[in-house]
Write a protein that binds this ligand. Structure first.
Ligand code: ADP
Ligand code: ASP
Ligand code: MG
Length: 402
């Protein structure tokens, strides 16, 4: 019998009416003769609400208690959905990440899935039950603690479960029709993509297209699990993320991220080993450094700038304060008014002039570029936050519509 994993995101399970629609989708897969494992997110924006509650009571809540709190969000959804399926006459039960055997690293708030034993999931499937698993969470056997996987982590739970159970595919149900050539909430010119490669989707997810969590795409690619991003509230076929696509566009998507800050360490002695020391300290503390620029040195001193997620602002500023003293640098600063826009496409590999066309398009629209980074299938520019909307539109017009 074929097995599928379905994941339903926050807006798809926001209230009882939505849960009823979700149950219908699950039942129709069951009626097609499939074994179904369902991964759910917390209802609506309840994860944000729990974070706000924590912040009302503590300025620096302990990461362990945050994970205890946030993992509760998904437990509410899983039990309500199982109850409702039971009331419709379908055998179903819910499992927390830990009960489902999702073993993670120990880092609270950003744990990574290491292994899934999935025994109780398999037992349920053998009995013909619909097994509902709480997304976004796991368990670390060394610390004996519950962990969470980072924002959007239910996607990673779903694809990792699909890989470990040998599912034929993983369906990610969400509040849009699928993966678009740009965020459909930012530009109404965005086009629905029928197919996209894992490599492109990984670049899109890593540069701001939050429709899939990047780590879920990595699992999909590593274990060759087809991922289908589909709408919960309509019958659209969505987007299939897979190894290869029929028609490879030069540029498939334009993404944006306005949730990063640019940090600069000024007047650092220009000596071998300094960059290693700066970025070593940052990575030891779990800071996700993204783009890096080191200026030309003057009087044997240089400036080092990099971007990192805004939620790590306080950690980074504290590290920079220490580094300024240790390295005898002249000081540090941050710029919060930045955004990153990126163009992504596997077809870029065999096409020259894509980067210059991107820079010219931004330039002719009076958009100044602060930092640049590239991969074989992506070009990213850091610009002012005020120019972000315009940049997305002009790049989309230039590369996708044309
Ligand atoms: P869920 O709660 O279902 O996990 P998310 O909010 O995490 O949903 O992801 C869906 C959202 O991703 C959409 O509402 C959309 O605004 C945003 N998004 C950003 N970029 C894209 C894109 N390229 N294609 C589709 N959605 C995108
Ligand atoms: N509830 C978590 C979040 O809001 C995980 C998820 O929805 O994927 O980030
Ligand atoms: Mg999500």
């Amino acid at each position: 019998m074929s097995l599928i994993v379905q994941k339903y995101g926050g807006t798809s399970v926001a209230n009882p009416d939505s849960l009823k629609i979700v149950a219908e989708k699950i039942i129709s897969a069951k009626k097609e003769g499939k074994q179904v494992v369902v991964v759910v997110s917390a209802m609506g924006s309840s994860t944000d609400e729990l974070i706000a509650l924590a912040n009302e009571l503590s300025e620096t809540p302990s990461p362990r208690e945050m994970d205890m709190l946030l993992s509760a969000g998904e437990r509410i959804t899983m039990s309500l959905l199982a109850m409702h399926l039971n009331s419709l006459g379908y055998d179903s039960y819910s499992l927390t990440g830990s009960q489902a055997g999702i073993i993670t690293t120990s880092r609270h708030g950003r744990a990574e899935i290491e292994k899934i034993s999935g025994e109780r999931v398999k037992e349920g499937l053998e009995k013909g039950s619909i097994v509902i698993v709480a997304g976004f969470q796991g368990f670390n056997p060394d610390t004996r603690e519950i962990t969470t996987l980072g924002r959007g982590g239910s996607d990673a739970t779903a694809v990792a479960l699909a890989a470990s159970l040998g599912a034929e595919k993983c369906e990610i149900y969400t509040d849009v029709e699928g993966v678009f050539s740009a965020d459909p909430r930012i530009t109404d010119k965005a086009k629905l993509l029928k197919e996209i490669t894992y490599d492109e989707m990984l670049e899109m997810a890593s540069t701001g297209a939050r429709v899939l969590m990047a780590r879920s795409v990595e699992f999909g690619r590593r274990y060759n699990v087809p991922i289908i991003v589909r709408p919960t509230f309509s019958d659209g076929m969505g987007t299939t993320v897979k190894e290869q696509v029929m028609e490879q566009a030069i540029v498939s998507g334009v993404t944006h991220n306005d949730k990063e800050i640019k940090f600069t360490l000024f007047g650092v002695p220009d000596q071998p080993g300094i960059a290693g020391s700066v970025f070593g300290h940052l990575s030891d503390k779990g800071v996700n450094v993204d783009m890096i620029v080191q200026n030309v040195s003057k009087d044997s001193k240089t400036d080092i700038s990099f971007t990192a997620p805004e939620e790590q602002k306080d950690e980074v500023m504290e590290i920079l304060l220490h580094l300024t003293q240790d390295l005898k640098a002249e000081g540090s600063d941050k710029d919060e008014n930045i955004a990153r826009v990126s163009i992504i496409g596997a077809g870029m590999k065999s096409e020259s002039g894509v980067a210059s066309k991107m820079f010219k398009t931004l330039g002719s629209n009076e958009i100044n570029i602060g930092m640049i980074s590239t991969s074989p299938i992506r070009i990213s520019c850091v610009i002012s936050k005020n120019d972000m909307q315009k940049a997305i539109e002009v790049l989309h017009d230039e590369f996708i519509i044309d």
